[in-house]
Design a protein around this ligand. Structure first.
Ligand code: GMT
Length: 375
């Protein structure tokens, strides 16, 4: 059994969820897991004797304009490598986490291997700030193994960063015990949703890349044709603008802004269609969550989305920004009960076949063994 340190962002977000759920599964398997983060990861909600949490504390020295979080993290990681005799550091993101892990490895006395997972944001950051290119390249080159969450992200990383080394694809996964369809009727009543109304859902951090406006306009086109509601889950920078747009389109009675929510499987269970119309998406964990609950998805032909939705089988893929096509596909599914049920069953099946948490955990375990030279 291995001793594994995990560095991730502990707050809500796909990468934090994947890092935490992977840690929980590995702990169940008997590995010793050490989360090293700024606060307790939000999905770490049950006790497991194999899971430890090391908090990175920040001191506010007057000489620093900004408290140096990255250096505090590297120091903490080095300390944990030595005290706990870690075998592996699994860093989620090249910048800053892999960089901190590399620095920690140099400071520590105990030998350790570094596995870095790319979630896409490194590439997004690079698109905004080219001066970080060398840093991201360094994080990737100096890791002992690198993974990415889709083939699309591997190709993008190799192209943009001129990386030659292999990058292993390890897809996102869901906790299948948690993500299942629940009884829909009661919750629908609580929202005042009528029997004949169809429910569309969008879940995100409301960043510009998620194209919330396309979600609203797609819903508006659907709502013109059939009684329907839109559930918006999450919060973020676009919230205010989208709230105004909903009022302007006089959709405020049928669009529900629910903010950040914990019980996502229940909300997905009352949805008929999941919309993810992003302009950047390395995988789209929310699609998998929806599919696991039997919700067919409509997505944009962007990044890793076509690797998750099987076009014409578990949902539909249309070109970025093509509102008419998104709306037409939504209507095609919600107006044909037999088709919807077939897509819903296919979606559940695809999660089990292609994104099984057990299989993906095993892929990570095999990679850890490989970097440790165990085979
Ligand atoms: O989507 C976001 O903005 C959150 C971001 C994150 O860092 O948590 O999600 C990224 O990582 C997820 C887990 O691997 C992926 O499923 C998301 O597609 C990816 N987001 C983007 O590429 C925009």
């Amino acid at each position: 059994m291995l001793k594994i340190g995990i560095i991730c962002y502990p707050s809500v977000g796909g990468s934090g969820i994947i890092a935490t759920e992977l840690g929980k599964m590995l702990a169940k398997q008997g590995h010793e897991i050490h989360f090293i983060t700024s606060s307790l990861p939000f999905r770490l909600n049950s006790f497991n004797p194999n899971i430890y949490f090391h908090e990175v504390e920040l001191n506010h020295y007057p000489v620093f304009q900004y408290p140096p979080y990255d250096l505090a993290l590297a120091t903490k990681v080095a300390e944990v490598i030595d005290t706990e005799k870690l075998d592996i550091i699994h860093a989620h993101y090249a910048v800053p986490h892999a960089i901190c892990a590399i620095l920690a490895k140099q400071m520590a006395k105990h030998p350790v291997k570094i596995v870095t997972t790319l979630h896409g944001t490194d590439i997004t950051v690079l698109g905004i700030d080219l001066s970080l290119k060398k840093m991201i390249q360094f994080g990737i080159e100096q890791s002992d193994a690198v993974t990415a969450v889709s083939h699309s992200l591997v190709n993008q990383t190799k192209e943009m960063l001129e990386i030659q080394r292999p990058i292993h694809v390890m897809y996102n996964f869901v906790n299948e015990q948690e993500y299942q369809a629940h009884n829909r009727v009661e919750l629908k009543q609580k929202f005042g949703i009528q029997k004949d109304e169809k429910v569309l859902i969008h879940i995100s951090n409301f960043r510009k890349v998620k194209r919330l406006e396309d979600v609203i306009r797609t819903f508006a086109a659907v709502n013109k044709e059939t009684p329907s509601r839109l559930l918006l889950i999450g919060d973020g920078p676009e919230y205010g603008r989208i709230y105004d747009l909903v009022r302007e389109l006089q959709l405020d009675q049928v669009v529900h802004f629910l903010g950040k929510q914990k019980n996502i499987p229940s909300l997905l269970s009352i949805a008929d269609i999941k919309l993810l119309l992003s302009e950047k998406e390395s995988f789209g964990l929310v699609l998998l969550e929806a599919m696991a609950c039997g919700v067919p998805c409509i997505g944009s032909n962007v990044g890793g989305i076509p690797e998750v939705i099987e076009d014409g089988v578990t949902g539909f893929i249309e070109e970025l920004g093509d509102i008419n096509a998104f709306a037409a596909r939504t209507l095609e599914l919600i107006s044909d009960t037999n088709k919807w049920h077939a897509f819903s069953d296919n979606a559940k099946e695809r999660v089990l076949q292609c994104f099984s948490s057990d299989k993906i955990k095993k892929q990570y375990e095999d990679l850890y063994a490989k970097v440790l030279g165990e085979y």
